[in-house]
Design a protein around this ligand. Structure first.
Ligand code: ARG
Length: 234
């Protein structure tokens, strides 16, 4: 007789910080979150046989602590894979190539490269690689303002409380395309290359393996490409 099908797992509990379009952001007229990461993790949960994929909204700097406290199973939040974070958690295989860049206010005309940000006011999101990168400017007479969400950092630019925002290039591009270009523009070259990974607790290496296996399957069966095209196709 055929082996019985493995029992369906109940629920995958996912944490994210949803101010990061097009990766995670509130869906219009709905209580749900949408974006590339959201579609991807739902597809992964389905592929792994979970009946439910529940997404919790948390502060970006609260995600790794929540993973390690066991309050959530995984986090997908445009997390860049870094050596520092690898000391605390497991990352899945990379699922998206990203990197840091910066925008300045449209009326700021003396910033052509990163070094020109000295003496300027820069807005960043707490706990991000962009915030860390911005610290390089602190001893150059710049003011770095830290915000809880990526949206608030961009708002500060709009309100002229900041001259520049350092964030992930695809997020800045989406922001410019969706109204931001009225008051902001990209400046300089991209600052870094960073890969996104899904975050899993070191106490749960089996779950990490399962996520990687599901990612392999979704890359193979065309689901990954379809989602990529949906969110990043021209
Ligand atoms: N990639 C950057 C990092 O890992 C920013 C991620 C911010 N994500 C978010 N959902 N707000 O630090």
């Amino acid at each position: 007789a055929a082996a019985p099908a493995p029992a369906a797992k109940e629920e995958l509990l996912v944490g994210t910080e949803p101010s990061f379009a097009p990766f995670e952001f509130p869906e219009k007229d709905s209580k749900e979150f949408t974006g590339f990461d959201m579609d991807l993790i739902r597809a992964i949960a389905k592929e792994m046989g979970y009946k439910k994929c529940t997404i919790k909204n948390m502060g970006f700097d609260a995600l790794i602590p929540a993973i390690n406290a066991g309050n959530i199973d995984v986090s997908i939040a445009g997390f860049s894979i870094t050596e520092e974070r690898k000391k605390q958690v497991i990352f899945s295989q990379p699922y998206y190539k990203s990197g840091l860049a910066f925008v300045v206010r449209k009326d700021v005309n003396d910033v052509k490269k990163f070094e020109d940000l000295k003496g300027k006011t820069i807005a960043v999101q707490l706990g991000t690689t962009g915030a860390l990168y911005g610290e390089k400017l602190k001893d150059k007479g710049s003011v770095v303002k830290t915000f809880n969400t990526s949206d608030l950092a961009c708002m500060e630019l709009k309100n002229k409380g900041a001259d520049a925002v350092i964030s992930d290039l695809p997020v800045l591009q989406y922001f410019l395309k969706n109204g931001g270009s009225e008051y902001a523009k990209l400046a300089g070259e991209p600052l870094t290359a960073e890969d996104y990974g899904i975050v899993i607790s070191k106490k749960n290496p089996e779950l990490a393996k399962g996520i990687d296996k599901a990612l392999d399957a979704l890359k193979k069966n065309g689901t990954y490409d379809k989602l990529y095209e949906k969110w990043f196709g021209s």
